[in-house]
Write a protein that binds this ligand. Structure first.
Ligand code: GLN
Length: 443
Protein backbone atom coordinates (compact mmCIF):
# COMPACT_ATOMS: atom_id res chain seq x y z
CA UNK A 1 0.00 0.00 0.00
CA UNK A 2 2.79 2.40 0.92
CA UNK A 3 4.37 1.88 -2.51
CA UNK A 4 1.04 2.03 -4.34
CA UNK A 5 0.34 5.44 -2.84
CA UNK A 6 3.33 6.79 -4.78
CA UNK A 7 2.02 5.70 -8.20
CA UNK A 8 0.77 8.15 -10.84
CA UNK A 9 -2.66 7.65 -12.40
CA UNK A 10 -1.40 5.67 -15.42
CA UNK A 11 0.46 3.33 -13.08
CA UNK A 12 -2.61 2.93 -10.89
CA UNK A 13 -4.66 2.01 -13.95
CA UNK A 14 -2.05 -0.59 -14.86
CA UNK A 15 -2.06 -1.95 -11.32
CA UNK A 16 -5.84 -2.34 -11.49
CA UNK A 17 -5.61 -4.15 -14.81
CA UNK A 18 -3.03 -6.52 -13.39
CA UNK A 19 -5.13 -7.13 -10.30
CA UNK A 20 -8.21 -7.70 -12.45
CA UNK A 21 -6.54 -10.43 -14.47
CA UNK A 22 -5.08 -12.04 -11.35
CA UNK A 23 -8.51 -12.05 -9.72
CA UNK A 24 -10.00 -13.68 -12.83
CA UNK A 25 -7.36 -16.40 -12.80
CA UNK A 26 -7.57 -17.00 -9.07
CA UNK A 27 -9.49 -20.03 -7.81
CA UNK A 28 -9.61 -19.31 -4.08
CA UNK A 29 -13.03 -17.61 -4.12
CA UNK A 30 -11.84 -14.60 -2.15
CA UNK A 31 -14.14 -12.27 -4.06
CA UNK A 32 -17.87 -12.59 -4.54
CA UNK A 33 -19.32 -11.85 -7.97
CA UNK A 34 -15.72 -11.78 -9.15
CA UNK A 35 -15.42 -8.60 -11.23
CA UNK A 36 -18.76 -6.89 -11.56
CA UNK A 37 -17.90 -4.48 -8.83
CA UNK A 38 -14.33 -3.74 -9.86
CA UNK A 39 -15.53 -2.70 -13.34
CA UNK A 40 -17.71 0.01 -11.81
CA UNK A 41 -14.74 1.73 -10.26
CA UNK A 42 -12.66 1.83 -13.43
CA UNK A 43 -13.56 5.45 -14.01
CA UNK A 44 -11.81 6.74 -10.90
CA UNK A 45 -8.11 6.43 -10.31
CA UNK A 46 -7.92 5.61 -6.61
CA UNK A 47 -5.63 2.94 -5.21
CA UNK A 48 -7.69 -0.29 -5.15
CA UNK A 49 -8.79 -1.62 -1.75
CA UNK A 50 -10.85 -4.83 -1.43
CA UNK A 51 -14.06 -4.39 0.57
CA UNK A 52 -15.92 -6.91 2.72
CA UNK A 53 -19.50 -7.55 1.63
CA UNK A 54 -21.04 -5.82 4.68
CA UNK A 55 -19.69 -2.32 3.95
CA UNK A 56 -21.91 -0.07 1.80
CA UNK A 57 -20.40 1.25 -1.43
CA UNK A 58 -22.76 3.47 -3.43
CA UNK A 59 -24.43 1.61 -6.32
CA UNK A 60 -22.73 -1.69 -5.49
CA UNK A 61 -24.69 -4.73 -4.49
CA UNK A 62 -24.27 -5.47 -0.76
CA UNK A 63 -25.43 -8.85 0.51
CA UNK A 64 -23.40 -9.70 3.66
CA UNK A 65 -23.06 -13.02 1.79
CA UNK A 66 -26.74 -13.74 2.50
CA UNK A 67 -29.50 -14.76 0.13
CA UNK A 68 -31.83 -12.40 1.94
CA UNK A 69 -30.02 -9.36 0.51
CA UNK A 70 -29.34 -10.63 -3.02
CA UNK A 71 -30.11 -7.88 -5.49
CA UNK A 72 -29.97 -5.04 -2.98
CA UNK A 73 -27.88 -2.06 -4.10
CA UNK A 74 -26.45 0.49 -1.66
CA UNK A 75 -27.89 3.99 -2.02
CA UNK A 76 -24.90 5.53 -0.23
CA UNK A 77 -21.28 5.11 0.84
CA UNK A 78 -20.22 4.04 4.31
CA UNK A 79 -18.10 6.74 5.98
CA UNK A 80 -15.01 4.52 5.64
CA UNK A 81 -15.53 4.44 1.85
CA UNK A 82 -15.82 8.24 1.68
CA UNK A 83 -12.62 8.44 3.70
CA UNK A 84 -10.82 6.07 1.32
CA UNK A 85 -11.88 8.21 -1.62
CA UNK A 86 -10.81 11.46 0.05
CA UNK A 87 -7.36 9.94 0.57
CA UNK A 88 -6.99 8.85 -3.08
CA UNK A 89 -8.01 5.22 -2.59
CA UNK A 90 -11.13 3.44 -3.83
CA UNK A 91 -13.28 0.38 -3.25
CA UNK A 92 -12.23 -2.39 -5.66
CA UNK A 93 -13.83 -5.81 -5.44
CA UNK A 94 -16.23 -7.35 -2.93
CA UNK A 95 -14.77 -9.96 -0.62
CA UNK A 96 -16.51 -13.06 0.68
CA UNK A 97 -17.51 -13.49 4.34
CA UNK A 98 -19.52 -15.62 6.71
CA UNK A 99 -23.21 -14.76 6.37
CA UNK A 100 -23.82 -11.53 8.31
CA UNK A 101 -20.30 -11.90 9.78
CA UNK A 102 -21.43 -14.79 11.95
CA UNK A 103 -18.74 -17.41 11.83
CA UNK A 104 -15.05 -18.19 12.03
CA UNK A 105 -14.34 -19.95 8.72
CA UNK A 106 -16.19 -18.21 5.82
CA UNK A 107 -18.02 -21.51 5.28
CA UNK A 108 -21.47 -20.00 5.88
CA UNK A 109 -21.47 -17.66 2.85
CA UNK A 110 -24.28 -18.02 0.29
CA UNK A 111 -21.57 -17.81 -2.39
CA UNK A 112 -19.72 -20.87 -1.11
CA UNK A 113 -16.40 -21.10 0.63
CA UNK A 114 -13.14 -19.19 0.25
CA UNK A 115 -9.95 -21.28 0.24
CA UNK A 116 -6.88 -20.49 2.32
CA UNK A 117 -4.28 -19.45 -0.30
CA UNK A 118 -1.44 -21.13 1.63
CA UNK A 119 -3.13 -24.54 1.68
CA UNK A 120 -6.40 -24.88 -0.21
CA UNK A 121 -7.62 -27.69 2.05
CA UNK A 122 -7.69 -25.27 5.00
CA UNK A 123 -10.19 -22.56 5.91
CA UNK A 124 -9.12 -18.92 5.55
CA UNK A 125 -10.78 -18.07 8.86
CA UNK A 126 -13.71 -15.76 9.28
CA UNK A 127 -15.76 -13.87 9.09
CA UNK A 128 -13.54 -11.60 6.94
CA UNK A 129 -12.02 -14.68 5.26
CA UNK A 130 -12.32 -13.25 1.74
CA UNK A 131 -10.45 -10.06 2.70
CA UNK A 132 -7.60 -11.96 4.39
CA UNK A 133 -7.34 -14.56 1.59
CA UNK A 134 -7.27 -11.81 -1.07
CA UNK A 135 -4.38 -10.02 0.65
CA UNK A 136 -2.48 -13.24 1.41
CA UNK A 137 -3.08 -14.56 -2.12
CA UNK A 138 -1.67 -11.41 -3.75
CA UNK A 139 -4.99 -10.43 -5.33
CA UNK A 140 -5.52 -7.32 -3.18
CA UNK A 141 -2.91 -4.89 -1.91
CA UNK A 142 -5.00 -4.26 1.19
CA UNK A 143 -8.55 -4.84 2.35
CA UNK A 144 -11.15 -3.68 4.82
CA UNK A 145 -12.79 -6.15 7.16
CA UNK A 146 -14.95 -5.96 10.26
CA UNK A 147 -14.30 -7.47 13.67
CA UNK A 148 -17.11 -8.20 16.13
CA UNK A 149 -15.35 -11.01 17.95
CA UNK A 150 -12.16 -11.60 15.98
CA UNK A 151 -13.25 -11.47 12.36
CA UNK A 152 -10.29 -9.35 11.23
CA UNK A 153 -7.60 -10.79 13.49
CA UNK A 154 -8.38 -14.50 13.18
CA UNK A 155 -8.52 -14.74 9.34
CA UNK A 156 -5.36 -12.58 9.20
CA UNK A 157 -3.67 -15.09 11.53
CA UNK A 158 -4.89 -18.12 9.51
CA UNK A 159 -3.67 -16.58 6.24
CA UNK A 160 -0.37 -15.10 7.51
CA UNK A 161 -1.14 -11.39 7.04
CA UNK A 162 -1.64 -8.40 9.38
CA UNK A 163 -5.13 -7.56 10.69
CA UNK A 164 -6.02 -4.74 13.05
CA UNK A 165 -9.15 -4.03 15.13
CA UNK A 166 -9.30 -0.42 16.33
CA UNK A 167 -10.71 0.75 19.69
CA UNK A 168 -14.52 0.65 19.70
CA UNK A 169 -15.69 4.04 18.43
CA UNK A 170 -12.46 4.90 16.63
CA UNK A 171 -13.75 4.04 13.15
CA UNK A 172 -17.23 5.06 12.06
CA UNK A 173 -19.77 2.25 11.73
CA UNK A 174 -22.03 4.42 9.55
CA UNK A 175 -22.92 2.38 6.49
CA UNK A 176 -21.56 -0.89 7.86
CA UNK A 177 -24.26 -3.52 8.30
CA UNK A 178 -24.59 -4.09 12.04
CA UNK A 179 -24.11 -7.56 13.49
CA UNK A 180 -23.62 -6.61 17.15
CA UNK A 181 -23.61 -2.82 17.44
CA UNK A 182 -21.69 -2.58 20.72
CA UNK A 183 -18.90 -4.87 19.46
CA UNK A 184 -18.46 -4.20 15.70
CA UNK A 185 -15.42 -2.30 14.40
CA UNK A 186 -14.02 -1.91 10.89
CA UNK A 187 -10.28 -2.22 10.33
CA UNK A 188 -7.46 -2.93 7.87
CA UNK A 189 -6.05 -6.24 6.62
CA UNK A 190 -2.65 -5.71 4.99
CA UNK A 191 0.65 -7.31 4.06
CA UNK A 192 2.64 -5.56 6.79
CA UNK A 193 2.33 -3.45 9.95
CA UNK A 194 3.16 -0.12 8.32
CA UNK A 195 0.45 -0.56 5.67
CA UNK A 196 -2.03 -1.38 8.44
CA UNK A 197 -1.11 1.87 10.22
CA UNK A 198 -1.51 3.86 7.00
CA UNK A 199 -4.93 2.40 6.22
CA UNK A 200 -6.03 2.71 9.85
CA UNK A 201 -5.15 6.43 9.80
CA UNK A 202 -7.19 6.91 6.63
CA UNK A 203 -10.41 5.38 7.99
CA UNK A 204 -10.26 6.63 11.61
CA UNK A 205 -11.71 9.66 13.33
CA UNK A 206 -14.92 11.05 14.77
CA UNK A 207 -18.04 10.90 12.57
CA UNK A 208 -21.22 12.81 13.43
CA UNK A 209 -23.17 10.22 11.39
CA UNK A 210 -22.38 7.52 13.98
CA UNK A 211 -23.62 8.28 17.49
CA UNK A 212 -21.20 5.73 18.97
CA UNK A 213 -18.22 7.28 17.22
CA UNK A 214 -15.70 8.45 19.83
CA UNK A 215 -15.32 12.17 20.18
CA UNK A 216 -11.67 11.99 21.21
CA UNK A 217 -8.81 13.72 19.54
CA UNK A 218 -7.27 11.71 16.74
CA UNK A 219 -3.58 11.79 15.94
CA UNK A 220 -2.21 9.91 12.94
CA UNK A 221 -0.06 6.95 13.99
CA UNK A 222 1.80 6.09 10.76
CA UNK A 223 4.09 9.17 10.72
CA UNK A 224 5.19 8.43 14.31
CA UNK A 225 5.73 4.66 14.11
CA UNK A 226 8.58 3.64 16.38
CA UNK A 227 9.63 -0.01 16.67
CA UNK A 228 12.40 0.86 19.15
CA UNK A 229 10.24 2.09 22.04
CA UNK A 230 10.83 0.05 25.19
CA UNK A 231 7.52 -1.40 26.34
CA UNK A 232 6.12 -3.55 29.13
CA UNK A 233 4.33 -6.57 27.72
CA UNK A 234 1.92 -8.66 29.81
CA UNK A 235 1.64 -12.39 29.13
CA UNK A 236 -1.23 -14.51 30.43
CA UNK A 237 0.22 -17.98 30.93
CA UNK A 238 -3.03 -19.76 31.81
CA UNK A 239 -4.53 -18.64 28.50
CA UNK A 240 -1.80 -20.12 26.42
CA UNK A 241 -2.11 -23.58 27.99
CA UNK A 242 -5.32 -24.04 25.99
CA UNK A 243 -3.52 -23.55 22.66
CA UNK A 244 -1.81 -26.09 20.36
CA UNK A 245 1.91 -26.71 20.63
CA UNK A 246 2.64 -24.70 17.46
CA UNK A 247 0.85 -21.68 18.95
CA UNK A 248 2.67 -22.15 22.27
CA UNK A 249 6.01 -22.24 20.46
CA UNK A 250 5.14 -19.08 18.54
CA UNK A 251 4.23 -17.47 21.84
CA UNK A 252 7.59 -18.37 23.38
CA UNK A 253 9.36 -17.09 20.30
CA UNK A 254 7.57 -13.73 20.53
CA UNK A 255 8.37 -13.39 24.25
CA UNK A 256 12.02 -14.09 23.53
CA UNK A 257 12.06 -11.55 20.69
CA UNK A 258 10.61 -8.93 23.04
CA UNK A 259 13.11 -9.80 25.77
CA UNK A 260 16.06 -9.76 23.39
CA UNK A 261 15.03 -6.31 22.21
CA UNK A 262 15.04 -5.02 25.80
CA UNK A 263 11.27 -4.94 26.50
CA UNK A 264 9.96 -5.96 29.92
CA UNK A 265 7.71 -9.03 30.32
CA UNK A 266 5.21 -9.26 33.21
CA UNK A 267 3.04 -12.31 34.02
CA UNK A 268 -0.69 -11.82 34.64
CA UNK A 269 -3.92 -13.78 35.10
CA UNK A 270 -7.38 -13.43 33.63
CA UNK A 271 -10.93 -14.71 33.99
CA UNK A 272 -11.30 -18.22 32.67
CA UNK A 273 -12.20 -18.36 29.01
CA UNK A 274 -15.52 -20.22 29.37
CA UNK A 275 -17.07 -17.17 31.10
CA UNK A 276 -15.80 -14.91 28.35
CA UNK A 277 -17.34 -17.19 25.72
CA UNK A 278 -20.76 -17.26 27.41
CA UNK A 279 -20.82 -13.50 27.84
CA UNK A 280 -19.88 -12.85 24.20
CA UNK A 281 -22.35 -15.27 22.64
CA UNK A 282 -25.20 -13.83 24.72
CA UNK A 283 -24.42 -10.16 24.02
CA UNK A 284 -23.62 -10.75 20.34
CA UNK A 285 -26.69 -12.85 19.56
CA UNK A 286 -29.00 -10.54 21.55
CA UNK A 287 -27.87 -7.54 19.54
CA UNK A 288 -27.92 -9.55 16.30
CA UNK A 289 -31.53 -10.61 16.84
CA UNK A 290 -32.51 -6.94 17.15
CA UNK A 291 -30.34 -5.75 14.23
CA UNK A 292 -31.45 -8.46 11.82
CA UNK A 293 -35.17 -7.92 12.44
CA UNK A 294 -35.09 -5.21 9.76
CA UNK A 295 -34.56 -7.85 7.06
CA UNK A 296 -38.22 -8.75 6.73
CA UNK A 297 -38.89 -8.45 3.01
CA UNK A 298 -40.45 -4.99 3.32
CA UNK A 299 -37.47 -2.71 2.92
CA UNK A 300 -34.49 -4.74 1.73
CA UNK A 301 -33.59 -7.26 -0.91
CA UNK A 302 -35.13 -10.55 -1.66
CA UNK A 303 -38.88 -10.64 -0.88
CA UNK A 304 -40.59 -14.06 -0.74
CA UNK A 305 -44.11 -15.33 0.03
CA UNK A 306 -47.41 -14.64 -1.71
CA UNK A 307 -49.89 -15.19 1.15
CA UNK A 308 -50.06 -11.81 2.87
CA UNK A 309 -47.86 -10.00 5.39
CA UNK A 310 -47.21 -12.82 7.83
CA UNK A 311 -46.42 -15.23 5.02
CA UNK A 312 -44.03 -12.67 3.53
CA UNK A 313 -42.16 -12.31 6.86
CA UNK A 314 -41.98 -16.05 7.35
CA UNK A 315 -40.96 -16.99 3.82
CA UNK A 316 -38.49 -14.14 3.41
CA UNK A 317 -36.67 -15.00 6.62
CA UNK A 318 -36.90 -18.78 6.30
CA UNK A 319 -35.62 -18.83 2.73
CA UNK A 320 -33.28 -15.86 3.05
CA UNK A 321 -31.32 -16.53 6.24
CA UNK A 322 -28.94 -19.49 6.47
CA UNK A 323 -28.87 -21.99 9.31
CA UNK A 324 -26.25 -20.32 11.53
CA UNK A 325 -27.95 -16.92 11.26
CA UNK A 326 -31.37 -18.40 12.14
CA UNK A 327 -29.83 -20.16 15.11
CA UNK A 328 -28.36 -16.93 16.44
CA UNK A 329 -31.55 -14.93 15.95
CA UNK A 330 -33.39 -17.56 18.00
CA UNK A 331 -30.71 -17.62 20.69
CA UNK A 332 -30.66 -13.81 20.85
CA UNK A 333 -34.47 -13.56 21.05
CA UNK A 334 -34.44 -16.16 23.82
CA UNK A 335 -31.91 -14.38 26.05
CA UNK A 336 -33.81 -11.10 25.61
CA UNK A 337 -37.24 -12.58 26.33
CA UNK A 338 -38.92 -11.38 29.52
CA UNK A 339 -38.51 -14.55 31.58
CA UNK A 340 -34.81 -14.95 30.79
CA UNK A 341 -33.52 -11.40 30.41
CA UNK A 342 -32.16 -11.17 33.97
CA UNK A 343 -30.79 -14.69 34.05
CA UNK A 344 -28.85 -14.44 30.80
CA UNK A 345 -28.58 -11.00 29.25
CA UNK A 346 -28.07 -8.98 32.45
CA UNK A 347 -25.62 -11.56 33.76
CA UNK A 348 -23.67 -11.47 30.50
CA UNK A 349 -23.44 -7.67 30.76
CA UNK A 350 -22.07 -8.02 34.29
CA UNK A 351 -19.41 -10.46 33.12
CA UNK A 352 -18.61 -8.02 30.34
CA UNK A 353 -17.88 -5.36 32.96
CA UNK A 354 -15.68 -7.76 34.91
CA UNK A 355 -13.67 -8.46 31.77
CA UNK A 356 -13.22 -4.74 31.19
CA UNK A 357 -12.07 -4.26 34.79
CA UNK A 358 -9.61 -7.11 34.49
CA UNK A 359 -8.07 -5.59 31.38
CA UNK A 360 -7.83 -2.22 33.13
CA UNK A 361 -6.05 -3.82 36.08
CA UNK A 362 -3.51 -5.47 33.78
CA UNK A 363 -2.94 -2.22 31.92
CA UNK A 364 -1.93 -0.51 35.18
CA UNK A 365 1.36 -2.42 34.90
CA UNK A 366 1.67 -3.02 31.17
CA UNK A 367 1.53 -1.22 27.81
CA UNK A 368 0.40 -4.23 25.79
CA UNK A 369 -0.87 -7.78 26.26
CA UNK A 370 0.51 -10.60 24.11
CA UNK A 371 -2.05 -13.31 23.33
CA UNK A 372 -2.74 -16.08 20.85
CA UNK A 373 -5.36 -15.26 18.20
CA UNK A 374 -6.79 -18.77 17.92
CA UNK A 375 -6.09 -22.07 19.70
CA UNK A 376 -4.71 -23.66 16.49
CA UNK A 377 -3.48 -22.72 13.03
CA UNK A 378 -6.06 -22.81 10.19
CA UNK A 379 -8.10 -26.03 10.43
CA UNK A 380 -9.30 -28.10 7.47
CA UNK A 381 -12.72 -27.53 5.92
CA UNK A 382 -15.49 -29.20 7.86
CA UNK A 383 -13.41 -29.41 11.06
CA UNK A 384 -16.06 -27.62 13.10
CA UNK A 385 -18.71 -30.31 13.50
CA UNK A 386 -21.01 -28.18 15.66
CA UNK A 387 -21.54 -24.45 16.13
CA UNK A 388 -20.19 -24.77 19.67
CA UNK A 389 -16.88 -26.19 18.41
CA UNK A 390 -16.58 -23.16 16.18
CA UNK A 391 -17.47 -20.76 19.00
CA UNK A 392 -14.73 -22.32 21.13
CA UNK A 393 -12.13 -21.26 18.58
CA UNK A 394 -12.97 -17.62 19.39
CA UNK A 395 -11.79 -17.69 23.02
CA UNK A 396 -8.79 -15.41 22.49
CA UNK A 397 -10.38 -12.71 20.37
CA UNK A 398 -13.84 -12.01 21.78
CA UNK A 399 -12.87 -10.50 25.15
CA UNK A 400 -11.06 -7.72 23.28
CA UNK A 401 -14.35 -6.70 21.64
CA UNK A 402 -16.27 -7.02 24.91
CA UNK A 403 -13.79 -4.56 26.43
CA UNK A 404 -13.71 -2.36 23.29
CA UNK A 405 -9.89 -2.45 23.05
CA UNK A 406 -7.58 -2.13 20.02
CA UNK A 407 -5.56 -5.17 18.91
CA UNK A 408 -3.37 -6.24 16.02
CA UNK A 409 -2.77 -9.76 14.76
CA UNK A 410 0.46 -10.54 12.97
CA UNK A 411 2.30 -13.62 11.68
CA UNK A 412 5.03 -14.87 14.04
CA UNK A 413 6.09 -18.31 12.85
CA UNK A 414 4.83 -21.44 11.08
CA UNK A 415 3.57 -24.80 12.31
CA UNK A 416 5.06 -28.14 11.19
CA UNK A 417 2.89 -28.12 8.03
CA UNK A 418 3.90 -24.60 7.04
CA UNK A 419 0.69 -22.88 8.14
CA UNK A 420 1.16 -19.44 9.69
CA UNK A 421 1.01 -18.90 13.45
CA UNK A 422 -0.44 -15.50 14.30
CA UNK A 423 -0.36 -13.72 17.64
CA UNK A 424 -2.08 -10.55 18.78
CA UNK A 425 -1.03 -7.51 20.76
CA UNK A 426 -3.85 -5.89 22.70
CA UNK A 427 -3.58 -2.26 23.76
CA UNK A 428 -5.26 0.32 25.98
CA UNK A 429 -8.33 2.07 24.61
CA UNK A 430 -7.35 4.77 22.07
CA UNK A 431 -3.67 3.84 22.34
CA UNK A 432 -3.34 2.42 18.83
CA UNK A 433 0.10 4.04 18.56
CA UNK A 434 1.55 1.61 21.11
CA UNK A 435 -0.23 -1.32 19.45
CA UNK A 436 1.45 -0.54 16.12
CA UNK A 437 4.84 0.25 17.73
CA UNK A 438 4.81 -3.07 19.58
CA UNK A 439 3.83 -4.90 16.39
CA UNK A 440 6.75 -3.31 14.53
CA UNK A 441 9.10 -4.66 17.20
CA UNK A 442 7.81 -8.18 16.49
CA UNK A 443 7.63 -7.99 12.70
N1 GLN B 1 -16.60 -15.81 15.16
C1 GLN B 1 -17.26 -14.79 15.91
C2 GLN B 1 -18.76 -14.90 15.72
O1 GLN B 1 -19.14 -15.71 14.97
C3 GLN B 1 -16.77 -13.42 15.50
C4 GLN B 1 -17.35 -12.93 14.25
C5 GLN B 1 -16.98 -11.53 13.91
O2 GLN B 1 -16.04 -10.97 14.47
N2 GLN B 1 -17.75 -10.94 13.02
O3 GLN B 1 -19.52 -14.19 16.28
Amino acid sequence: LKEALKLNSDEVKKLKEELTSKIKESNIGAYVEQLTNTDITDSNNGIPIAIKDNINVKNWEITCSSNILKGYNSPYNATVINKLEEAGLCAFGRTNMDEFAMGSSTESSCYGKTLNPIDNTKVPGGSSGGSAAAVAGGIAIAALGTDTGGSIRQPAAYCGVVGMKPTYGRVSRYGITAYSSSLDQCGPITQNVEDAAILYDIISGNDPMDSTSANVEYEAVAPKLDGDRKLTIAVIDSFVEEASSAIQEGYKKAIKAFEDAGHTIVHKNMLDTSKILSSYYIVATAEASANLSRFDGVRYGNRKGEGGLKDMYTQTKTQGFGEEVQKRIMLGSFVLSSGYYDAYYIKAQKVRHLIKDEYEAIFKDADLILSPVAPTTAPEFGSFKTSLEMYLSDIYTISVNLAGLPAISLPISKDETGMPVGLQLIGKAYDEQTVFDGALALE
